[in-house]
Design a protein around this ligand. Structure first.
Ligand SMILES: [Mn+2]
Length: 232
């Protein structure tokens, strides 16, 4: 079976509870559609668990993108040289933007790791892909964290600016592909349509799966084989 979840935001308890609820096994595949880190308390525990499972496929979110950039830059000893190359105004702005978006919790959790584990986590974050396309049964799915700006149905995924797809928001009023579903996280479903508060939004060729964990709502997970929905 093939599952997708997203926007776990450091909530290890919900992540673990979801794996249990779907009875996730070695025969299954789970795509995690970004924003594992920030806001919640235990992002490193989730990343570490994900990294040890070969059947969990991580996709980048804007929060991983911010975290990887800042943590890589600050996880360097201050020397005369690193002051020039790393500790510049651009980094300070990036830290500020990240902290305004819940990055402090991730820094705090990261600070508790050994130097070796920090490198391991940073290397793992670099492996995240920006999108995936997969076919399950009769259906084809395009998975991207935020959206596809300047969309055209014929445009290959490689032609989208990868970083822009992380911060973009899909237009949920618009049908994208005539013959494929677009699966996105990033935009909590209660903001798309209050009728889907805490639930997965499936409409018009869209599957939006950020059910708002960091807003005190649910972690959602969809099974692509039969579109079954799971919540914790
Ligand atoms: Mn996001």
């Amino acid at each position: 079976m093939t599952y997708v979840m997203s926007d776990v935001h450091g909530d290890y308890e919900k992540y673990a509870a979801m794996l249990k609820k779907i009875a996730f096994s070695d025969d299954d595949t789970l795509y995690i559609l970004g924003d594992v880190v920030d806001r919640g308390e235990h992002p490193m525990r989730i990343l570490s668990d994900m990294s040890m499972r070969t059947n969990v496929i991580p996709i980048m979110g804007n929060h991983e993108h911010m975290a990887e950039h800042v943590l890589r830059a600050v996880n360097v000893e201050i020397t005369e040289e690193s002051l020039e190359t790393n500790w510049n105004v651009e980094l300070i702005r990036a830290v500020q933007e990240w902290y305004e978006n819940g990055g402090y919790m991730t820094s705090k959790d990261f600070s508790r790791l050994s130097l070796e584990d920090r490198e391991y986590i940073l290397d793992y974050l670099e492996e995240f892909s920006f999108y995936e396309e997969l076919t399950v049964g009769e259906n084809t799915f395009v998975l991207v964290h935020g959206g596809l700006p300047d969309f055209s149905p014929e445009k290959p995924l490689d032609d989208y600016h990868p970083v822009h797809t992380l911060y973009a928001r899909a237009d949920y009023e618009k049908r994208y592909y005539p013959d494929k579903y677009l699966i996105t996280g990033h935009t909590p479903t209660f903001l798309i349509d209050p009728a889907y508060d805490g639930r997965i939004y499936i409409r018009n060729g869209h599957i939006a799966i950020d059910c708002g964990v960091c807003h005190g709502k649910n972690l959602g997970c969809i099974r692509l084989d039969d579109m079954a929905e799971f919540y914790v």
